[in-house]
Design a protein around this ligand. Structure first.
Ligand SMILES: [Zn+2]
Length: 450
C-alpha cells in the first residue's frame, strides 16, 4: 500500500455528489470528499466528516458531480491529432502507404510533434484523461509539452527499422531513446517504455536488443501486436512462427509486455499471455474503423489477463475520447462474446483506470482514488438531461455520459481544467496552429494529386 501523504501543504477538499474510487471500493460513494494535499490524495470520507477533520481546508464544490480517477489512455500517438480526418474510409494498407506515411515523411519534425501533442493534451484533459501511453517520433518534444502543461506521460522510446526525420536507423533510435531516458528519469510525471513499433517492422536482432534493454533498465515494452490477419500471415511466411511465438522466443512475452490490439488470438495464445502476465491494450474504435478484427476482451479478462483501453492515434479513431472508447469497448465485447454480461460497466471503468495504470507499470501511484496515490482526478457534471434519472452511477457514466460533461481535471494535485477552462494551455493558440498545419497539408495534398 502507498504511504499516506505527509507534508504541510494546505488541504483542498473536493466535495462531490458521488465519488467513484474504483479501488478498493468498487461502487460509488454518495456525498463524499476527496482531500488533496500537495500532489497526493490525503483522504476520502463523507463530506461532513472531512469538513470536521480539516476545518481550515479550501473547498471545491462538486455537489452536482461525480469524481473519478483520471482516465489513462494506454495507447496513442498523440502528435497524430494533426492528421485527424486527413484520410478516412480506406483499407489499412492504402491508408498507411499512400496517405499517412507520405504526409508524415514530408511534415513530421519537432515542431509538428510539439503542436500535435499540445492539441492532443488539450483534447485529453477536456475529456478526463490524465495520463497517456505514447508512441511516436521526437518523444522528447512530446515530453516537454507534457511537462509544460502538467500532463502525466508514459513516453515510448520508438524503435522501427525505417528511416525518419527523428532517426536514421535502429541504432540511432535506441541511442536517442536512451539519452532521453537519462535526461528525464526521475522527473515527476514522466515515465518511459521501449516502443518497438510492431513485430513486422523490427528484425530478430532488434528484438534481442530490446529484450536486453528492457531487462537492464527495467523498462516495459509497448508494442502493436497481432493487429491484423495480414500480420499473422506475413509472420508465418517470413519466420515460420506467429508474432507471439517470435516474441516468446526472444524472451519478450513476459509481465513487462504491453501488447496493443491483439485481434488474432487462439485459445492457446490467450493462455500463454495470461501465464506470462503481459498486459493487453484494447483499441476498439481503431480496430473497427480500420476493419482490423476483434480483440477477445471477455475471454482475455476471464483468463486473468489485464486488459487496458487506448484510443490509438487520432488519424484512426478520430478522437482521443476515453469515455467514448469505454462505451464502445463494453458494447463490442458483448457482441463479440455473444453475451450481454461480457464487460459490464464497472469492468469498462476498470479498463480505463486501474487496468491502464497496471499496463503502464504505474499501479502503485495512479489509477484509483486511494490515500497516498497521486491526485489525478476528473469530475463530470451530472446535471445534464442525459444523466437523469440516476439509478446507477457507474452504469450512467459508462453508458450515458459524454466527455463534454467533464468540467474539472487534476493531475498530481494541479487543477489543469477548471470549471471547463484549461489552465495551462492556450487553447486558441493550439487551434490556430492546427489550422496552420491543415493549410500546409492541403497544399501538399493538392500538389501530390497533380
Ligand atoms: Zn497504434
Amino acid at each position: 500500500m502507498p504511504k499516506p501523504a505527509a507534508g504541510t501543504d494546505r488541504i483542498t477538499l473536493l466535495d462531490a455528489a458521488h465519488v467513484v474510487p474504483v479501488r478498493p471500493v468498487r461502487g460509488s460513494l454518495p456525498n463524499h470528499s476527496v482531500a488533496i494535499q500537495g500532489d497526493r490524495i490525503a483522504g476520502l470520507m463523507p463530506t461532513r466528516e472531512a469538513s470536521q477533520r480539516w476545518p481550515d481546508a479550501r473547498h471545491v464544490d462538486l455537489t452536482h458531480h461525480a469524481l473519478l480517477p483520471g482516465f489513462i489512455n494506454a495507447h496513442t500517438h498523440s502528435p497524430m491529432t494533426l492528421l485527424r480526418g486527413y484520410a478516412d474510409d480506406m483499407a489499412l494498407d492504402t491508408w498507411l502507404r499512400e496517405h499517412i506515411w507520405p504526409v508524415e515523411a514530408r511534415f513530421v519534425d519537432s515542431g509538428f510533434v510539439e503542436d500535435g501533442t499540445r492539441l492532443a493534451v488539450a483534447e485529453m484533459l477536456r475529456s478526463g484523461t490524465t495520463c497517456f501511453n505514447d508512441m511516436y517520433f521526437f518523444p522528447g518534444s512530446t515530453v516537454e509539452v507534457c511537462r509544460e502543461a502538467g500532463m502525466r506521460i508514459n513516453a515510448g522510446l520508438t524503435i522501427i527499422e525505417m528511416k525518419s526525420s527523428w532517426a536514421a536507423d535502429v541504432e540511432a533510435y535506441i541511442e536517442k531513446g536512451l539519452r532521453l531516458l537519462e535526461q528525464w528519469q526521475g522527473q515527476p510525471g514522466v515515465n518511459f517504455a521501449l516502443a518497438p513499433h510492431s513485430p513486422y517492422t523490427v528484425s530478430d536482432g532488434t528484438l534481442e536488443r530490446i529484450e536486453q534493454l528492457s531487462a537492464r533498465h527495467g523498462l516495459r515494452v509497448h508494442m502493436h501486436l497481432l493487429e491484423t490477419e495480414w500480420e499473422l500471415k506475413q509472420s508465418l511466411q517470413q519466420h515460420e512462427q506467429t508474432p507471439l511465438e517470435r516474441l516468446k522466443r526472444h524472451g519478450l512475452l513476459n509481465q513487462r509486455l504491453t501488447a496493443v490490439h491483439m485481434t488474432q488470438l487462439t485459445a492457446d495464445d490467450i493462455e500463454d499471455v495470461a501465464e506470462a502476465g503481459a498486459s493487453v491494450v484494447h483499441c476498439p474504435q481503431s480496430n473497427l474503423k480500420l476493419a482490423s478484427g476483434f480483440c477477445p476482451v471477455a475471454e482475455l479478462s476471464d483468463a486473468g489477463v489485464n486488459v487496458a483501453l487506448g484510443t490509438d492515434g487520432a488519424a484512426a479513431n478520430n478522437d482521443l475520447d476515453m469515455l467514448g472508447e469505454a462505451q464502445t469497448a463494453a458494447l463490442l465485447a458483448k457482441g463479440v462474446a455473444v453475451d450481454a454480461k461480457a464487460v459490464n460497466a464497472f469492468q469498462a471503468l476498470e479498463m480505463m483506470t486501474v487496468n491502464g495504470a497496471q499496463a503502464l507499470g504505474l499501479e502503485e501511484i495512479i489509477g484509483s482514488i486511494e490515500v497516498g496515490k497521486q491526485a489525478d482526478l476528473c469530475a463530470l457534471d451530472l446535471d445534464a438531461p442525459r444523466m437523469h434519472p440516476l439509478h446507477h452511477v457507474i452504469s450512467q457514466l459508462v453508458y450515458a455520459a459524454a466527455s463534454a460533461q467533464v468540467t474539472d481535471v487534476w493531475v498530481a494535485g494541479r487543477r489543469l481544467l477548471k470549471s471547463g477552462a484549461l489552465t495551462t494551455i492556450d487553447e486558441a493558440a493550439v487551434i490556430h496552429s492546427a489550422a496552420h498545419w491543415r493549410d500546409r497539408m492541403a497544399r501538399f495534398g493538392a500538389a501530390a494529386d497533380h
